[in-house]
Write a protein that binds this ligand. Sequence first.
Ligand SMILES: [Zn+2]
Length: 190
Amino acid sequence: MKRKAILNIGHGNTINKKGVRVYDPGAIGNGFEEYKYNYDLVNKYVSPYLKEMEVDHEVIIQSERFSKLPDEINRISTKDDVIVSFHLNSVDYNEGNGVEVFYYPTSSKGKELARKMLEANLCITKLKNRGIKPNVSGARGHALFQKTKATAVLIESGFISNDRDIATLNAVQEQLGRSYAKAIAEYIKG
Ligand SMILES: [Zn+2]
């Protein structure tokens, strides 16, 4: 069976305190929304370029809470597939900047994929390199790594709260999408 890539656009939906599904924009900064940025990145660029390279893939947005996402992904993937979850970082001040990629601490495959995705970002954006990071318990996206079967990474492509980061990310969105697609294709075919 052909390996495939699961492209997860972070946020989009969540369940509010009344149990009602509502729109979750993710982080908001400098007039931009995390979810919308990654929605365009994935749907306009990463997905079409993967298609061009004949890499099987599916785009998934959590239908409810982030905690339900692993089950939703497990239904459409096997252990041979890869999961790439797209996010943007945010802090309460403008200074935090750069790119980082998380992987499951004991996964050597995840570490390799994280390295490739980090490099795919840096060669285009030239943003600050915050490195690849093992996703320890309690860290962002832990459930995604712990409860899914496929090799998973979570990318924080830059800080939406930093005006220079988001200006760069907007300026190079297409090239970044193409670079991510190339890295995913190389990993899957390699
Ligand atoms: Zn996020």
